[in-house]
Design a binder for this molecule. Structure first.
Ligand code: AHR
Length: 496
């Protein structure tokens, strides 16, 4: 059967750019994200690499126009002492990664390795500072080490370690999940700590500016949001974080690949909750920061399931199906539509962890359905948002309802319009009528991501099972566009 939905573009509305940073990624020292993911070591002679970083991974991420990468955590960040990760590798002390599997961390991938890798990727680094177990001076030193061009103890040390010019890192997190793994702080305590740390994180960039990001709320903790905005001066905070994962139940997350329709519905419900979270956080921000100086940074999001059978439970390694493509397409539409405030987001995580875009196994690398959604959506990066109104058919399950369709639209600098459409209904095609709102277009082309089964995924045996293909069935006539979006599929259209 068919669902009926309608969309109207509002192209004349005021100028809002969809920041490319909404399409950001996250790389933690967790499981096989850094080690055996990005980094295979300088001495590896079986996998092609540049300074130990896999070249296939670099190419794949460059193809996403990866705008930024958050590092080194996550929970790990509040245990990380950056000075252990600089200088000759053989002399670096080790530590135990107590959050993630209790493995020994040899610090062979440190500040230089990460920041040089970001240069190779063409991505802006987003460093998460240690506020939980670190010291103010330690974080202040890190900023000076990576950002100062002049002569100072830290910049001299950087030069001694082989890097002349500073990297000029703009994005800095001041702690991570400070309400939880980052120190189990109350919001009042964190606020004071934040103010102190942020004060000593000086801007050593000579005007490029430091962009400090507060550790935001755990999902719907609006009191946390409100307290931060009330009590931290805007001069010390440019971004405010928010973390939300699409999860069925923290105690019973379920398999990543074998799930029922009921589990699918629950995952979609949790993913769609992002819309409410973002809107409510923005409403609070509008109250305390009516001029819009502070940005909302969703620096962790994605689907979270049980680990793949037989893998280390502390490594959070999971497969990635069409359900994940649905989460990605829907969530990115939410961010695009709220681009007025949402200026950055980081999918958790880039490789081999949670809702990864890339999975590796030895020499092999595969791209997940989530990767393909990110690739299809890259047309929205730094494009002008075209606001929409949307009337969606319902995706109904056991008497509960979710909107089946989500969408967003933008116009790029070449004047091309892109519309991304997601139909999460697992059974019904959705027929959508799009009123172009006066926008002149005579040609429409597109790509679709779909599969035979919701549970389908790309495996090392069948790495190309799910790939975007051309979609030519949309029609434009008299300012209207008609399209059928199949069950559980993502379509991105281009109009000109
Ligand atoms: O992404 C995995 C973990 O989830 C991060 O380390 C933490 O910040 C969050 O709880």
């Amino acid at each position: 059967s068919l669902g009926q939905s309608s969309i109207k573009l509002e192209p004349s509305a005021k100028d809002i750019t969809i920041s490319k940073h909404i399409y950001g990624h996250f790389a933690e020292h967790l499981g096989r994200c850094i080690y055996d993911g990005f980094y295979v070591g300088e001495k590896n002679d079986s996998i092609p690499h540049a300074n130990g970083v896999r070249t296939d991974v670099i190419e794949a991420l460059k193809n996403l126009n990866i705008p930024n990468l958050r590092w080194p955590g996550g929970c790990f960040a509040d245990t990380y002492h950056w000075k252990d990760g600089i200088g000759p590798k053989a002399q670096r002390p080790s530590m135990v990664n107590n959050w993630w599997g209790g493995v020994t961390e040899d610090n062979s991938f440190g500040t230089h390795d990460f920041l040089n890798m970001c240069e190779l990727l063409g991505a802006e680094p987003y460093l998460a500072g240690n506020v939980g177990s670190g010291e103010v001076q330690e974080l202040a030193d890190w900023v000076q080490y990576v950002n100062f061009a002049g002569k100072s103890p830290m910049s001299d040390l950087r030069r001694k370690n082989g890097r002349q010019e500073p990297w000029k890192v703009k994005f800095w997190g001041v702690g991570n999940e400070s309400w939880g793994c980052g120190g189990n702080m109350t919001v009042d305590y964190y606020t004071d700590i934040y103010r102190k740390y942020a004060t000593f994180m000086l801007d050593w960039t000579n005007g490029a500016g430091l962009y400090r990001i507060a550790s935001g709320a755990n999902s719907a903790d609006y009191n946390w949001t409100e307290s931060l905005l009330k009590n931290i001066p805007g001069s010390l905070m440019k971004g405010m974080g928010l973390h939300h994962y699409a999860v069925i139940n923290w105690d019973k997350k379920g398999s990543a690949t074998e799930f029922s329709e009921s589990e699918y519905f629950k995952t979609m419900k949790s993913a769609w909750f992002m819309n409410e979270l973002v809107e409510k956080n923005i409403a609070i921000m509008d109250k305390y920061d009516p001029k819009g100086n502070i940005d909302l940074i969703v620096d962790e999001w994605g689907g979270w399931y049980d680990v793949e059978p037989g893998t280390n439970p502390g490594f959070l390694y999971q497969q990635n199906t069409m359900r994940d493509a649905m989460i990605a397409g829907m969530t990115l539409n939410i961010f695009n539509n709220n681009a007025r405030r949402v200026k950055m987001a980081n999918l958790a995580q880039a490789i081999n962890v949670l809702q990864a875009v890339i999975l590796t196994s030895g020499k092999s690398m595969i791209l997940t359905p989530t990767y393909h959604v990110m690739e299809m959506y890259k047309v929205h990066q730094d494009a002008k948002l075209i606001p929409i109104t949307l009337q969606s058919a319902d995706f109904e399950f056991n008497g509960e309802k979710l909107p089946a369709v989500s969408a967003s639209a933008s116009q790029d600098t070449k004047g091309r319009t892109h519309i991304s459409l997601v139909n999460i209904d697992p059974k019904k095609t959705n027929r959508i009528r799009v009123d172009l709102g006066g926008l002149k277009a005579s040609n429409v082309s597109g790509r679709i991501l779909r599969a035979d089964k919701l549970q389908d995924y790309n495996s090392f045996k069948m790495p190309k099972k799910i790939l975007p293909v051309a979609y030519n069935k949309a029609k434009v006539q008299n300012g209207l566009l008609d399209i059928e979006v199949p069950a559980f599929s993502v379509i991105v259209l281009e109009l000109n």
